[in-house]
Ligand binder design. Sequence first.
Ligand SMILES: Cc1cc2nc3c(=O)[nH]c(=O)nc-3n(C[C@H](O)[C@H](O)[C@H](O)COP(=O)(O)O)c2cc1C
Ligand SMILES: [Fe+2]
Ligand SMILES: [Fe+2]
Length: 400
Amino acid sequence: MYCVKKISEDLTWIGGNNRGQALFENVYPIPEGVSYNSYFLDDEKTVAFDTVDYAISRRYLENLAFVLDGRKLDYLIVNHMEPDHASVIEIVAQKYPEMTLVCNDKTLKMIKQFFTFDVESRVHLVKEGDTLSTGKHKLQFIMAPMVHWPEVMMTYDSTDKVLFSADAFGTFGTLDGKIFNDEFDYDRIFLDRARRYYANIVGKYGNQVQAVLKKAAALDIQKLCPLHGPVWRSNLGYILYKYNLWSTYQPEEDGVAIIYGSMYGGTENLAEILAARLADQGIDQIVCYDVSKTENSYLIGEVWKYSHLVLASPTHNTNIYAPMENFMTHMEHLNAQNRVVAVMDNGCWVPQAGQKIKNRLAEMKNMTVLEPSLSVKSVIQEEQEDAVNALVKAIAASLQ
Ligand SMILES: Cc1cc2nc3c(=O)[nH]c(=O)nc-3n(C[C@H](O)[C@H](O)[C@H](O)COP(=O)(O)O)c2cc1C
Ligand SMILES: [Fe+2]
Ligand SMILES: [Fe+2]
């Protein structure tokens, strides 16, 4: 039985939700599930935009058959070749032998890497600015390399002013019966998910996102159709504004994310004390996480959100505590940058984690290490009161 959602007279969502999937890309927890969006354009020619993840292929194929209603499929436009959208291409190609694949030359290479069917005989290659008329609708192709794969492109329907934006503007979280952004309390339900999605999946490629945002600015866009999450039909400036902040590595909030590691509670106590003292200074945006407990992708989301970070770690076999080291590796791989960072460390004999954290921060772009740092041996001592106050003052002053 089909399950589709009408977007406009000619456009229908034919994707699906997956709530059973524990991890996205087998890394990022998605307790909120995720939607895999595919779209169908009903014109003189019939057009599908991307497919879905293999896990929901059956529903997708039923949806596609339903919207085709006995017609043949003319075009499958492949905006992105990551298997969460591309894994059903071969089945669609077999089921609809008259279908032409519309993609760019990088995509073509990838289709051949993933599948064995004869692609060459049924591909229509496009490049930047090319157009394709499907009858009433005119489609234009916009290359979006490295947002977040090299072959990524977007398709603009200049008739209805719809941008099919691939993974950009997408989010974790299922659609639960609805489809449009304004049918949800987006801020409450989706903003954190969208940020976590952006930072972890696309965060590394800020420059490439900027490049495509500039191209998008030249278009009259009424709807954004991403490959995950709600379709944007109103208040597009909101998500474009967020994307501009995120892709230029500007914080959304003036506030402090304290991220600590601790085996026996000494460093944790330090984080608790700091959080309380910062709040005493009137700083209201403070969040505090145990790096061993909170999964990295959530912490990365907070790095994208807040202006200030505090990293606190025990010394562990002369190094940074491994869970903190791992988190910093995620930061580095995702190109985290442009934050003010305070450092606290702990060690029983020779505390070394603080210096090593600073060394790693120096490898990242535009990270300002706030002085003074705070170093303790095992647990904080009463005589370190001044040192704690100095750090609190420095953070508060920097937030002004
Ligand atoms: C396996 C292990 C390795 C450690 N390695 C070091 C070390 O190389 N240098 C050091 O000064 N302290 C080392 N320590 C001591 C911890 O840094 C110290 O106990 C610290 O106070 C722990 O902070 P916590 O209470 O927040 O867990 C080590 C502790 C453990 C359990
Ligand atoms: Fe992707
Ligand atoms: Fe995706």
